[in-house]
Design a protein around this ligand. Structure first.
Ligand SMILES: [Zn+2]
Length: 483
């Protein structure tokens, strides 16, 4: 069936329109232009900036003229992914949106429900003559999916609202009230090299494989083992049984993913080869006991390889193995306010070996500024103690939980009115644009919600029609209650 048969008509009309305009991240000219034209056609003041953020201003409706304004926010860009064999050119072609009345999806591609539904809601509200609402500052940001570039570049001088509703959450019934800030840390620890005596030495590759991996924020507390840390453990144990000289260590691939694989190349005296193999096998048995329920596919192997020309000296080897085993990683603190929620964590996502140093790259996250600061200091102290240096970059602020929030109170009360039950109030241990915006607009009262989306960022993405309808009714009721 066509989307136009679904109600609310306006919401699906604008959603269809948005889907017909290619709007992948970095390709937001046309969608931004469309929003500006929309504002012009409806006589609304609007501006578009160089980053392709669009801001549309609407007065409060009758009875709400003097109410405090509210920012309604969503992002204009979408992640473009398609099935193998899908011919659509997502740079140029619109999406082929389908529905069976229960779900909405796009044939062969991502749907862009994340975050097209927010834009559709906002335009439908702005287009309406009958929906009561306070003054609205509609903030449509660009390039959220590639580092929140729009929010970062945003000039907030003409935004006067002190309350903001972000419509970029993906589970109906959940109100998000805090998100993590983050910073990337790169720790370089130096080593010295020496030449290898080929007559008496042999070389091995020790590899850790078969781990689950996962998202470094959302899954950091789910007992996913970090392959780099396990490599540190197996090397510690092997170095007690043999005299190892490290040649190189590598692992992981992304700062924001828990590493699934890691490996080390080592040299050792030939007559210790069997000891090495034995100690790795024993360590593997130990880990299978320890991790049988959480990492059943774990595999640790030692394989003979060709001799390298050089290896690290003994002092460096000892220091680096110590570093890999002991350097902080994983969940650091749970939230005292929101049950089951990680407050502070760090993920050692990438390990690499350069000419004269190893490089460890982290993503540090915390839902409080202080939590982030403490972990940054811990990582720095550890690295410097081992003779290394630390560089922090792409720091972005957390959206901290507010003990007192009038917006949250209104959203909860309205939720109970509409749904006849309490919402789940939670935080997320990952970045949202709310973090960037909180850093720019002091004392902003914010909340994030949205209808249920499934499999976002994949060609299986779908949006639940009934959830879109209920979330719409809820949003309208919230606006009505924001006197
Ligand atoms: Zn999104």
């Amino acid at each position: 069936m066509p989307l136009s048969e679904l109600s609310p008509k306006d919401v699906f009309h604008y959603f269809q329109k948005i889907a017909s305009i290619p709007h992948g991240s970095g390709n937001t000219d046309r969608i931004a232009e469309f929003c500006m034209e929309f504002a012009g056609a409806h006589g609304l003041k609007a501006r578009r900036d160089k980053a392709n953020n669009v801001i549309i201003f609407a007065d409060g409706t009758s009875g709400y003229e003097n109410s405090e304004p509210v920012i309604l926010q969503g992002h204009l860009d979408m992640v473009c992914e398609k099935d193998e064999g899908c011919e659509l050119d997502m740079e140029k072609d619109g999406l082929e949106v389908c529905t069976d009345g229960v779900k909405i999806w796009a044939r062969g591609t991502t749907l862009g429900g994340d975050d097209g539904i927010a834009i559709a809601y906002i335009l439908a509200i702005l287009a309406s003559d009958t929906i009561p609402h306070p003054p609205i500052e509609a903030l449509l940001t660009s390039d959220e999916e590639i580092g929140m570039l729009g929010a970062r570049a945003l000039d907030v001088d003409d935004l006067t609202a002190k309350r903001l509703i972000n419509i970029d959450s993906e589970e109906e019934g959940v109100l998000c009230v805090s998100c993590a800030g983050g910073v990337r840390a790169r720790c370089d620890i130096p080593f010295g090299m020496e030449s290898v005596d080929k007559a008496t030495k042999c070389a091995y590759r020790i590899a850790v494989n078969g781990l689950l991996g996962g998202h470094s924020g959302m899954e950091i507390h789910k007992h996913r083992e970090n392959a780099v840390k396990l490599l540190g453990n197996v090397l510690t144990s092997a170095n007690r049984a043999c005299t190892l000289s490290l040649v190189s260590v590598t692992g992981g691939g992304k700062e924001n993913a828990i590493p699934k694989t890691a490996e080390a190349t080592v040299c050792l005296p030939m007559n210790q080869a069997h000891m090495l193999e034995y100690s790795v096998t024993e360590f593997m048995k130990l880990m299978h006991q320890e991790l049988s329920t959480t990492e059943p596919e774990l595999l640790i192997t030692a394989t003979p390889i060709e001799m390298p020309k050089q290896c690290m000296d003994q002092e460096s080897t000892k220091r680096l193995i110590f570093a890999l085993q002991q350097i902080p990683d994983g969940m650091q603190k749970m939230s005292p306010e929101i049950e089951g929620m990680v407050q502070t964590s760090l993920n050692l996502g990438i390990l690499s070996t350069k000419d004269d140093h190893i490089s460890l790259r982290y993503l540090i996250r915390s839902n409080t500024a202080s939590g982030k600061q403490l972990v940054m200091e811990k990582v720095t102290a550890f690295t410097e103690y081992l003779g290394g240096t630390v560089r922090m970059q792409s720091d972005y602020p957390a959206w901290e939980y507010r003990v007192k929030s009038r917006l949250r109170e209104t959203m909860i009360r309205t939720f109970e009115e509409v749904y006849q039950k309490a919402p789940e109030v939670t935080a997320i241990h990952a970045g949202l644009e709310c973090g960037i915006l909180a850093g720019k607009m002091m004392d902003m009262d914010m909340i994030s919600f949205g209808p249920t989306l499934s499999n976002v960022h994949t060609p299986k993405e779908s949006m639940n029609v009934a959830s879109v309808q209920r979330s719409w009714e809820y949003l309208l009721k919230v606006l009505e209650n924001l006197r």
